[in-house]
Write a protein that binds this ligand. Structure first.
Ligand code: GTP
Ligand code: MG
Length: 388
């Protein structure tokens, strides 16, 4: 056999082996495979790197949602008369209809968004009554799981606030089942030829608004390093990138302390001057701050006049809700590792009338002091709660 033929055979063999790795054993006696072929085979047979098993959820974060809820209709009552052997008029025996199911919203801390809530939720109808006094089955209640911190508005009035785990709100009641003709049996009327129709279920329209429940809120301009800070102090992994508006939805991270105390910190999308006039992402996400007990203003020290950044942030918060900026707060002066930060830090410390913590979220510099301060604010909040 000449060299060319060997070459052709060797390549054929190589493709066979790549396609069917189990054939390797069969061909292992085949000594004349060229070196390159053998190498190639070895490479192809190497097991692939296993894919990451992290289940990444890709969904749109929805924190405001209009939902129409319709309770289940009640079942109809039945008109029926019992006929027995030697007793053909044994009396009325029409059963009652079953009740329609309610629609209930329930707070669940494992749910983070309202994206799964349908626009129209209909309750289960009750079963109709039947002869022989058989009552219809009640419709099952439908429980819609919503994130903890969902507030429920109807005609711009807040009618419910699900801010604790497992809290429930009956959004629409199911209709009552109609009575069967047995119910109407009386001494005056021994032959009631009447039964009720089931009542219709309630129909309502609500607006669900999610307001994140966290102790601390990170407020700052885009790119200030809010997400980097949350990554540094907790196990939350919000996306960090060098372009503005990386974070488009709030993330909550939990800071664990040695005494098993846990403090929730929320990373919010970047705010810009004029947000109250709907610039940037507007003010819609600031509703998530409403429930934060204390605020941490994250400023970028590498940018000029960091004090102005703080004033602008406070101004925007005030525009959203008067008094919001008066909550306990501190300034986190980030990016202290950059050379231009030194002079800006001095200016900030001289001008600010609140605690300033110079840190580098990227390198982890001085993160301990921030954690201690968060804990102080948290303990103070608990003390105030007890006094109430
Ligand atoms: N040198 C330096 N860079 C930092 C530091 N903290 C964050 N950065 C960088 O700044 C950029 C923005 O960081 P992010 O954490 O995404 O900022 P953000 O405030 O969450 O930004 P938005 O989500 O857009 O509001 C990234 O390129 C980070 O690597 C720091 O302490 N030092
Ligand atoms: Mg971010």
């Amino acid at each position: 056999m000449n060299i060319d033929l060997w070459g052709v055979k060797a390549f054929k063999l190589m493709f066979d082996v790549i396609k069917h790795p189990q054939l390797v054993d069969r061909y292992k006696h085949f000594k004349k495979l060229s070196c390159t072929c053998r190498l190639y085979c070895v490479k192809a047979l190497r097991s692939k790197k296993p894919k990451s098993e992290i289940q990444r959820q890709h969904y749109h974060f929805i924190d405001r949602h209009q939902v129409k809820v319709i309770g289940g209709d009640g079942g109809n009552g039945c008109i029926s008369f019992l006929r027995l052997f030697k007793n053909p008029i044994a009396g009325p025996d029409g059963g009652d209809g079953g009740n329609g199911g309610h629609i209930i919203f329930e707070a669940n801390r494992n749910i983070k968004s309202l994206n799964h809530v349908e626009a129209i939720v209909k309750g289960e109808v009750g079963g109709n009554g039947k002869g022989k006094d058989m009552h219809g089955a009640n419709g099952e209640h439908i429980i819609v799981q919503v994130p903890m911190g969902t507030s429920i508005r109807e005609n711009s009035q807040v009618v419910g606030d699900l801010d604790t785990e497992g809290a429930r709100f009956v959004a629409a009641k199911g209709g009552a089942g109609g009575k069967g003709n047995h119910f109407f049996l009386s001494n005056e009327n021994r032959h009631p030829n009447v039964a009720e129709l089931g009542a219709l279920g309630e129909e309502r329209v609500y607006i669900l608004e999610l307001k994140i429940v966290a102790h601390a809120g990170l407020v700052g301009f885009p790119n200030a390093g809010k997400s980097s800070l949350l990554r540094a102090i907790s196990r939350a992994r919000p996306k960090v990138a060098s372009y503005p508006f990386t974070t488009l939805s709030p993330h909550v991270g939990i800071v664990h302390y040695d005494d098993y105390e846990q403090v929730a910190v929320a990373d919010l999308p970047g705010l810009i001057s004029g947000a109250h006039q709907n610039r940037g992402l507007g003010l819609f996400f600031l509703r998530h701050i409403e429930r934060c007990v204390f605020l941490l203003y994250v400023v970028d020290l590498s940018r000029p006049s960091p004090l102005d950044q703080v004033f602008s942030l406070k101004f925007e918060l005030e525009q959203y809700q008067t008094g919001l900026s008066n909550r306990p707060h501190a300034i986190i002066a980030n990016k202290v590792d950059l050379p231009e930060s030194a002079s800006n830090l001095k200016e900030l410390e001289q001008g600010a009338n609140m605690p300033v913590f110079p840190i580098s979220a990227k390198l982890g510099t001085n993160i301990g002091s921030v954690l201690r301060h968060i804990r102080e604010l948290y303990d103070q909040h608990n003390k105030d709660k007890l006094q109430w």
